[in-house]
Write a protein that binds this ligand. Sequence first.
Ligand SMILES: [Zn+2]
Length: 206
Amino acid sequence: MRWLFVLGMCLGLAGLKAQTAKTPFTRAELAHLRVQTPGLFKGRKQVTIRLDSLGGKDFCFPLLGSKVISAYGSRGGRHTGYDLKTKANDTIRSVFAGIVRMSKPYAAYGNIIVIRHADGLESVYSHQSKNLVQCGDTVYAGQAIGLTGRTGRATTEHLHLEFRVNGQHFNPNMVLDFKKHCLKKCKLLVNRTDKGISVKQDITEN
Ligand SMILES: [Zn+2]
């Protein structure tokens, strides 16, 4: 019996190792939304996110046919994303290609998905009735990743969408045009500050 127990422990540990080896993320990154990205600002103060270099297949609006029911900064400045509404159990799609950093129930967010894209940009999708991807999955732009729901703190079925760099949220309207449902063709200049990060749009052609 004792040998069976030891064998079980070994298999269990091997399983755990396989799980963490599957993703490029640290334990902190797997556990929390608001974590700094290791090495992102190493040797530089500014990160440039090149939205202007993306083609049509590199982008997808996350909830087709949706309307905005609450913008960033509403609720007295406390709203950290955009709320998009269509209907219950509608398909949510990844905005860009990337790797899933989190996919699990997460406090008031309910079922959350966090996807890491190029240059440290992250998109966050929350309140899903169901997540269709797992931590460590590689996803393409437009891939179905979840279904709209009201898990966590939500009064109606909708998608709460955020964009973050280094764990800090910024206004999603710097990335997406929520009226035309298209991408803002620009560069995002992300600077490290005493408080965290600041994000500016650079729309100069080159
Ligand atoms: Zn929201």
